[in-house]
Design a protein around this ligand. Structure first.
Ligand SMILES: NC(=O)c1ccc[n+]([C@@H]2O[C@H](COP(=O)([O-])OP(=O)(O)OC[C@H]3O[C@@H](n4cnc5c(N)ncnc54)[C@H](O)[C@@H]3O)[C@@H](O)[C@H]2O)c1
Ligand SMILES: O=C(O)[C@H](O)[C@H](O)COP(=O)(O)O
Length: 376
């Protein structure tokens, strides 16, 4: 069996080699010619999987080690009788870590107070739920907009999109969709963004294209810069709008989900799905062998800062979004070529999830808030 896998899929050779010959490829530039004689195709979000990529090939199984599936033509795969599996939820905790690291950055650099404030979440899937749960445990007033979930049995404080626009913090976790009843493409456009008040913080870690970037720049001007922006995802990646980069607080290259554990889990979930498809037992690799433990298993915090500062210091000890922002700005200054975005992603400096780390030696209210933030 021939397996083509994206070279940025961690552990792909280790996990899949016993099933067949594994060839690692650049997922962004993959061609029909390269996949022609493959049986299995394993991708990440940068590969557009469509008829033009697969027609005439022998591919029978496509796995995407990602949460988002907007790069996959699901209708085509169904019509062509090609099995598909993705990795729902694999990096949800990583994205939640990113959100709180971003807010902590805003607190430490601009004194943006968010604990106890009104928080709006767009999209109540695996990521939205993880983020929602953390904010609720921290005692924030949290609202969520998700037209597909509001009538379900799920309990959450569902509100309208208009209400979300009145929140102090807005965290975006909807997929990119172009059609259906509630397409997300441009869902935060001029009409919506013109309703934002000064001082709002927006974190965008779902997909580029959900926010209309021209309207965002325009409203940044309207609010005279009094809007705090943490952007991980962009329209037209990997070629991103440098004007927008220049006005946001944090600009990162689509790495919110790039914890070591989140990426490994993505590969692991696809591996499990392929074994199931092939009706094979999952060869004696259990999930604890496939997913790394963190580098710091615990640390003591003995100084009692105000909660936001204590949170920021602890979160940033494990993951500080500012380092990814600094790398992005530095690389774009040094090198104007278009491959900067993908280079940064390929050479990402690995980070652990907060949940790999235990914190001790604090009073109980401080410990409660840190465990709400994701620490063990
Ligand atoms: N930046 C990153 O590294 C990163 C990492 C993981 C996921 N993502 C993106 O985040 C998205 C969300 O991840 P997830 O795991 O929660 O996915 P999910 O599929 O579990 O949930 C998506 C939720 O969005 C809701 N939704 C759909 N259309 C909506 C609309 N118009 N308005 C509001 N909500 C809407 C759905 O009902 C669903 O509940 C993914 O689709 C992916 O594109 C990005
Ligand atoms: O949808 C996802 O899971 C994320 O956006 C994912 O982390 C993107 O990473 P990529 O597949 O582009 O490496």
């Amino acid at each position: 069996m021939k397996i083509i896998a994206d070279e940025n899929m961690p552990n792909a050779k280790t996990l899949f080699s016993h099933l067949g010959e594994v060839a690692l490829v650049n997922g962004r530039t993959l061609t029909n010619e390269q996949v022609k004689d493959a049986d299995v195709l394993l991708v990440r979000s940068v590969t557009k999987v469509s008829k033009s990529l697969l027609e005439g090939s022998s591919v029978r199984f496509v796995g995407s080690a990602t949460i988002g599936v907007d790069h996959i033509d699901l209708d085509y795969l169904k019509d062509a009788n090609i099995e598909f599996s993705s990795a729902p939820g694999c990096n949800a905790e990583a994205v939640a870590d990113y959100v709180f690291s971003g807010l902590s950055y805003l607190y430490m650099t601009k004194n943006v107070q968010w604990l106890g404030k009104k928080i709006g979440i767009i999209g109540y899937g695996n990521v939205g739920k993880a983020v929602y749960a953390r904010f609720v445990k921290m005692g924030c007033h949290v609202c969520v907009y998700d037209p597909f979930e509001e009538d379900s049995a799920l309990s959450a404080n569902f509100v309208s999109l208009e209400e979300i626009l009145t929140c102090d913090v807005i965290s975006l976790h909807a997929p990119l969709t172009q059609d259906g009843d509630y397409p997300t493409k441009g869902m935060l456009g001029e009409n919506e963004l013109s309703k934002l008040s000064a001082g709002v913080a927006i974190i965008s870690a779902g997909r580029g294209g959900v926010i209309d970037e021209c309207a965002l720049i325009k409203n940044h001007q309207r609010l005279e810069g009094d809007i705090h922006l943490v952007l991980d995802v962009w329209d037209n990646e990997p070629v991103i709008n440098q004007k927008l980069v220049s006005i946001v607080d944090i600009a990162t290259p689509h790495i919110a989900g790039y914890s070591k554990q989140g990426r490994e889990k993505g590969t692991w979930m696809v591996y499990q799905a392929l074994c199931q498809y092939l009706k094979l037992d999952i060869v004696d690799t259990n999930i604890n062998d496939a997913i790394s433990a963190g580098c710091f298993s615990s640390f003591d915090v003995v100084v009692d800062f105000p909660h936001e500062e204590m949170l920021a210091r602890c979160i940033h000890a494990i993951y500080d979004v500012a380092r990814d922002d600094a790398r992005l700005r530095y690389k774009y200054r040094e090198n104007k070529e278009n491959n900067v975005f993908d280079w940064l992603r390929k050479h990402y400096v690995e980070r652990d999830e907060l949940n790999t780390c235990t914190i001790s030696k604090l009073n109980s209210s401080a410990l409660t808030i840190l465990s709400a933030a994701g620490f063990r």
